[in-house]
Design a binder for this molecule. Sequence first.
Ligand SMILES: *[C@@H]1O[C@H](CO)[C@@H](O)[C@H](O)[C@H]1NC(C)=O
Ligand SMILES: *[C@@H]1O[C@H](CO)[C@@H](O)[C@H](O)[C@H]1NC(C)=O
Length: 183
Amino acid sequence: MRIPFLLLTILYLSLQCNASPVGGSEKVTNLRFYLHNTHSGNDPSSVLVAQNTNATAHARGLVPFSSVYVFDDVLTEGPSSTSKVVGNAQGMYVETGKDGYTILETTDCEMTDGPFKGSSFVLFSRNQFSNPSSRELPVIGGRGAFRMAQGYGLLRTVCIDCLDSVNPSKGDIIEYNVTLYLR
Ligand SMILES: *[C@@H]1O[C@H](CO)[C@@H](O)[C@H](O)[C@H]1NC(C)=O
Ligand SMILES: *[C@@H]1O[C@H](CO)[C@@H](O)[C@H](O)[C@H]1NC(C)=O
């Protein structure tokens, strides 16, 4: 299928910085991208590295309490896994909710394309992933163009355990809509 040029332009522009001065020299920048967390197949982007001995036996919810995962996830411009890669997110998440639906997430998002190439910002917070939309993670800092960044990311689940022709590795796709206050 041929993607119309206008659509590509809109997708590209949605990644550009929307800078406007807010008091002093602070700038507000909005970045929107899609994170692909795959946990099966030959080359998963997210792996389980530790768990309490009884974690599975006593599991409630989706992810057993105490599970520690390390990930290196691709970030794309659009929601499909074949969409253009714009960065990667490296970090860890730990199931800290005894309900099995809340992780404590630390995520360093580095842009590998566009005006912020080589710079990264860090999100750190609990993430109640059973809520498909309006999850919020604080931005606690960054490197390069994102040095001293503050802000927040709004997360929306596109799909969990999705497996189809555009997403050949079973995994989760999450929209990250990040607002950064840069100095
Ligand atoms: C696992 O469960 C058993 C039985 O309830 C208990 O005796 C043991 O201490 C638990 N181990 C851990 C590491 O929590
Ligand atoms: C992204 O977040 C900004 C700031 O919170 C909001 O104004 C905007 O509507 C959001 N965009 C989408 C597509 O959800």
